[in-house]
Design a protein. Structure first.
Length: 460
């Protein structure tokens, strides 16, 4: 897809009304006042009944076992599942019934699920581009929601979901699970204490060497147009001819996903916002391409993005974030390194050290004092972020799901709340604009508008 075609597609997205999508997508039931205002007041002994929107690999391998770890203690249970693809719907219902031992209800689309009074909350793990509008439909139907990341990859969708959550007051957790991990929470506390000093640089990598990453050829072969609802799948994206690869392997194709930024970057850039207390980057540039995996994909297999962060009203203060990711060589793995003048906070090794800090000889030459942090462990035991012992469940995902469940009961703000999700969506949309335009991207705070090369993006 050319930059011009990408821009035209993005423009069509922005022009899609929320009302028409909610009607067409099936994710948005016709909202009458009773359904929109309905909410159960949970007592300590009330069971919270949860519906599943999208029986995806992420739900099956991570969210489902994480939920089950806490369901009995917190009195939660699955009672329904919606998926527009018959194969996944039937597989999902069978697996939930096997795990729960109960007759979990199946729904052909989200409207059927959301209109039920025996559903209090939902877990949304659909395709990247569907998260926001599926979330809008859920909270406006009176349901609390766990919404997988990215929250949104267009500004229109990001604004829709933030507005819906603010107006309904529903409890929403975004699937950026680092915010619930013990090591990241300790890192946040350490930086906030002032001992680390000002952040002056952040280096982030996410590298794999997996030709099949996001490829599902066997599953693509199983998808038949008559077994799903292609129009509902597209939602508010431009109308296209049925394409099983775009459906199953959506991570490889814009406008369904941007690939690396949608899937991986948002996790890491979210920690920058959290640790630094900043809502978004001041600017982004990006470069990359499809250098090895020539398999028909449209999204890059290799990219580097450079972000400028700092106070929005003071350009003299700030720091740089360099994010690099490749799917063609795994050296470097997944790393997050925060640097200050005094040393390094390493969230791969979970170590605080004086690495790179100002040494005495160099300080003395300028009449300054040495500045090197004392080396120590960040936490006694790492709360795993990318690995775990439960078939895709890591401790951070488990903790994030638990935090959402607890907040559904106590009605408190979740760790990965809607404003955090909106911030990572802004950074994501800026990065996508940088990729598609090849220009330096900024953000108009007043208009909440992405700007590429000084002009509104997407361009008309």
């Amino acid at each position: 897809m050319s930059d011009r075609e990408s821009s035209e597609n993005e423009e069509r997205l922005a022009k899609s009304s929320r009302r028409s999508f909610l009607k067409a997508a099936g994710a948005g039931m016709a909202l009458n006042s009773a359904a929109a205002s309905y909410a159960r007041i949970l007592g300590a002994n009330d069971r919270v009944r949860v519906g599943v929107i999208g029986f995806s690999e992420r739900f099956r391998d991570a969210l489902l076992p994480a939920f089950q770890q806490h369901a009995a203690e917190l009195n939660f249970e699955f009672t329904g599942l919606s998926d527009i693809w018959r194969l996944r719907r039937e597989d999902g219902i069978a697996q939930l019934r096997k795990i729960t031992g109960k007759n979990v209800m199946g729904a052909r689309n989200n409207a059927e699920l959301l209109e039920r009074r025996d559903i209090d909350a939902v877990m949304i793990a659909t395709a990247d581009f569907q998260h926001a509008q599926h979330g809008v439909a859920a909270v406006r139907a009176g349901k609390d929601a766990y919404i997988e990341k990215p929250l949104a990859n267009t500004m229109t969708d990001a604004q829709d979901i933030r507005r819906a959550v603010q107006e309904t007051g529903k409890i929403v957790q975004i699937g950026t699970q680092r915010r619930s991990a013990a090591n990241y929470q300790r890192a946040k506390e350490f930086i906030a204490s002032g001992e680390f000093g000002d952040i002056i640089s952040v280096e982030m990598t996410w590298n794999v060497n997996q030709p099949g990453r996001w490829r599902r050829p066997a599953l693509v072969e199983k998808l038949r147009e008559e077994d799903t609802d292609w129009k509902l799948f597209l939602g508010n994206r431009p109308s296209e001819k049925f394409d099983p690869r775009s459906y199953v392997e959506f991570r490889l194709f814009w406008p369904y996903s941007s690939g690396i930024p949608d899937q991986w970057m948002v996790h890491q850039i979210d920690t920058v916002h959290w640790f630094a207390g900043l809502p978004r980057p001041r600017s982004v540039v990006a470069n990359g391409g499809i250098y090895l995996w020539k398999d028909g994909r449209k999204n890059w297999d290799t990219m580097t993005a450079v972000f400028d962060y700092g106070a929005l009203d003071d350009p003299s203060k700030g720091f740089q974030v360099v994010y690099s990711s490749r799917q063609t060589n795994s050296a470097g793995d997944v790393k997050e390194l925060y640097r200050s003048n005094g040393g390094t906070l390493d969230l791969d090794k979970n170590i605080i050290s004086g690495d790179g800090g100002l040494e005495e000889s160099y300080a003395k030459a300028m009449g300054m004092k040495a500045n090197q942090l004392r080396t120590r462990a960040l936490v006694e035991k790492s709360a795993g972020v990318e690995s775990g012992s439960h078939a895709g469940v890591d401790e951070a995902t488990s903790a994030n799901v638990r935090n959402w469940m607890e907040c559904v009961r106590n009605r408190k703000k979740t760790n990965a709340h809607i404003d955090a999700g909106y911030s990572h969506a802004v950074a994501l949309c800026m990065t996508i604009a940088a990729i598609q335009s090849g220009e330096r991207v900024t953000f108009d705070e007043g208009k909440q508008q992405v700007m590429a090369g000084g002009s509104p993006w997407p361009r008309t």
